[in-house]
Ligand binder design. Structure first.
Ligand code: URP
Ligand code: ZN
Ligand code: ZN
Length: 463
């Protein structure tokens, strides 16, 4: 058998197994796994000695080139996917936003144009639904047939994205009929809005009030309501960017009852806390995202939730805005700070450091939460999310001992600060391949814009 690339001497780690094996790639697919595969049959040989070979990371929550908060997220599909590749992510699912009155397809057409010719890794889209007259329910079904098998709804951001329970319920009924997943931003937007107005009236305008006006109870209430609506509709539900223990309890309880309820958290909730707002002047704006940072004790509860499969996925919610000029839009009023933080580049390193080196879970569970579970939940498995003959050769040669200090001075995201500035990580990609093509080679980007392709996803089928 001829190989385009042969990877030798690595330790393959999947969600279930860890074993020494060579790996042969041909036509962008994994075509052989086994000991002593013949090097003379390969055009290109990669030595992975001392490293894990893991399936490429899948980040199912990013916002590239997204208009929001009176500006636009700072990474487009080229800069954002390059940064993702540096961090070992080879597929992402971004969000196409339906403007009110627009068709869902219109939203997708807009986002297809943003990504086409720019993305360096493969991508899919969830569709953010803001307006769902009955006539549009059929459209939801037809999109599922075209590989857009998930929809995001917001219970927060009144007047922008927030939708009412009846719309959520109708969308869930349609999702359960058509094999789609509903992704939920679960915060009680109405109650939060009242708290925010009162804070502003009291002259509380600094960035930390973004966090102090969004209580954990508002997240827990909406998480419980989303789960109740999904249970009535008979649909799966995926809670995005879960940040606190109270919301996690709602998910745990539902999962214990056997409901198809899933949730992700993000590295910022595992590493950062409300204490990050104790910085001079307006600097706290760097940590303004939604849901907000919580008290520090929530972090350990989230790590435990990941270890126990109460949380299934770590995504980034990458939504970068530069401190200068973008975050500064809210200098006198925290409600005008564009909500979001940059994180697409460091997800694998942060989770590996805290999770595997931190002794909280083994490498296989790490692979599961950054690649396999997202692939399964969002219709990419087994094409992506695992290492098996026939799967795409989306692979990361991951050095478990490579140490780095995260810094805006060295990162590749197009943003002027890092949420994780100064944090030391141990474990990082040496080489990254997408469908057999080398994208990252020991700290150098060697891919090309436009290599990334839209991936048609299968319907949800884990019930
Ligand atoms: O602050 C955040 N998370 N910005 C992105 C939009 C969202 O709610 O996911
Ligand atoms: Zn959200
Ligand atoms: Zn988001």
């Amino acid at each position: 058998m001829q190989f385009d690339t042969l990877i030798q001497n690595g330790i393959i780690a999947t969600a279930t197994d860890t074993y020494a094996s060579d790996l042969g790639i041909s036509g962008g697919k994994i075509v052989a796994l086994g000991q002593n595969l013949p090097a003379d049959a390969a055009s290109h040989v990669v030595d992975a000695a001392g490293n894990y070979i893991i399936p490429g990371g899948i980040d199912v929550h990013t916002h590239l080139d997204m208009p929001f908060g009176g500006t636009k997220s700072a990474d487009d599909f080229e800069s954002g996917t390059i940064a993702a590749a540096f961090g070992g992510t080879t597929t992402l699912i971004d969000f196409a936003i339906q403007q009110k009155g627009q068709t869902l397809r219109n939203a997708l057409d807009t986002w297809w144009k943003k990504a086409d010719g720019k993305a360096v890794i493969d991508y899919g889209f969830h569709c953010i639904v803001t307006d769902l007259p009955d006539a549009r329910l059929e459209e939801m079904k037809s999109l599922a047939g075209e590989g857009v098998t998930s929809f995001k709804l917001f219970m927060a951001y009144p007047g922008i994205f927030m939708v009412e329970d009846a719309l959520i319920f109708k969308a869930m009924l349609t999702a359960s009929d058509s094999g789609s997943m509903i992704c939920m931003h679960a915060e009680n937007g109405g109650a939060i809005d009242v708290i925010v107005r009162r804070a502003l009236a009291e002259g509380k305008t600094a960035p930390k009030y973004h966090a102090l006006t969004r209580p954990t109870t508002a997240e827990a209430e909406a998480t419980g309501r989303a789960i109740a609506l999904a249970e009535m509709a008979g649909s799966p539900v995926y809670i995005v960017h879960l940040s606190c223990s109270e919301a996690l309890e709602k998910v745990r309880e539902a999962r214990d009852r056997g409901l198809p309820v899933y949730a992700e958290t993000c590295p910022q909730y595992l590493y950062l806390s409300i204490e990050n707002f104790d910085v001079p002047g307006f600097e706290g704006a760097k940590y303004v995202f939604t849901p907000p940072l919580r008290e520090k004790w929530h972090q350990e509860r989230l790590w435990k939730g990941l270890a126990a499969d109460q949380l299934q996925v770590v995504s980034t919610d990458h939504c970068p805005f530069c401190y200068k000029e973008q975050k500064e839009l809210g200098k006198d009023d925290f409600t005008k700070i564009p909500n979001g933080g940059p994180g697409i580049e460091h997800r694998l390193s942060l989770v590996f450091t805290g999770g595997v080196h931190g002794g909280r879970f083994p490498v296989n569970r790490f692979v599961e939460m950054v690649s396999t579970a997202p692939a399964r939940l969002f219709g990419l498995y087994p094409r992506k999310g695992t290492i098996a003959v026939g799967s795409d050769a989306d692979l990361v040669i991951f050095d478990p001992n490579l140490e780095q200090v995260i810094s805006a001075a060295t990162h590749h995201m197009r943003v002027d600060y890092s949420m994780f500035e100064g944090i030391k990580v141990k474990g990082a990609p040496r080489q990254v391949l997408s469908r057999g093509r080398l994208l990252i080679d020991n700290g150098k980007f060697v891919g090309r814009a436009g290599h990334g392709e839209f991936v048609k996803r299968q319907r949800y089928s884990l019930q």
